[in-house]
Design a protein around this ligand. Sequence first.
Ligand code: UDP
Ligand code: MG
Length: 320
Amino acid sequence: MGEPVFLSVVVPMFNEEEVIEATYGRLKQALDPIGEKYELVFVNDGSRDRTANIVRELGKADPSVKMVDFSRNFGHQIAVTAGMDYSSGRVVVLIDADLQDPPELIPEMIAKWREGYDVVYGQRIARRGESFFKKMTAAAFYRLLRSMTSVNIPVDTGDFRLMDRKVCDALGRMREQSRFIRGMVSWAGFRQTSVEYVRDERFAGETKYPLRKMVRLSLDAITSFSTKPLKFAGVLGFLMSAAGFVYLLVVLYERLFTHHTLQGWASMIVISLLFHGLTLTLLGVLGEYIGRTYEEAKRRPLYLVSDELNFAEEPDDALD
Ligand code: UDP
Ligand code: MG
């Protein structure tokens, strides 16, 4: 076995049977010329199609193909976490399975790492073949998040990035359930830089990130990195009480010093609906935080593995 792994490439997969062989091919083509020992850590996130079988076949012929097979679908960010836990390279690259992130960029990232950077993230200068809606919501989200957090999360970056082993280990020690890896990497610090790229279309198949999962990821991101929404409730409540007080003075004045009849049925209903709605919304915001606190308090493992492929039984340094 001997030589330690230099580069680990982590590939999360959820129902990617249509692309995974092509991805494997493109990765090999991009990585072989580097001339360093590498491993491809595929994480099967509970796919219900042939994804795992295909990778198992690839792994028979190629020992650099490794796989962590989840017991069910745990979600993209968790899959990436597992891949990082299992990887052993000096540097670790996270890449999507659908070839939207070009593997050809990896050598460029490694070059930056050799210059002394610990994190090299891919920054999208353009996105091809994604719907207007997705681009708009993504752009708005990154900017909203930036305005809400004190952590400096770069805009328009996904999880496509290279990390030094020490960054990977640092993230490995952060075991929070709601994970927003881009944010966690920013939080961790270290020397970071970017390389620019054009995000391609998905090679085949369709997105595994429906709106539901996108909303969840956004909420995870915001709640993990900001408590501003909670404070917002306080500020809003204060402003509303102040407005109510001013209106009280107006009403008193009208009653005592004018002959206006006080009418109020319609305005009362409107105000009541409006403000009850607002209260419930803010309760919902509170719920997002409390729910996550509860999840965290259970201290469950982040994921369960049903099978492993091609990982050595012993850690590298156990037998010499
Ligand atoms: N993915 C995953 N688990 C999920 C959803 C997605 O491991 O529950 C993987 C998916 O296989 C892909 C990556 O996460 O490798 C990004 O997903 P996708 O390309 O569908 O997202 P999009 O690029 O459309 O945002
Ligand atoms: Mg994609």
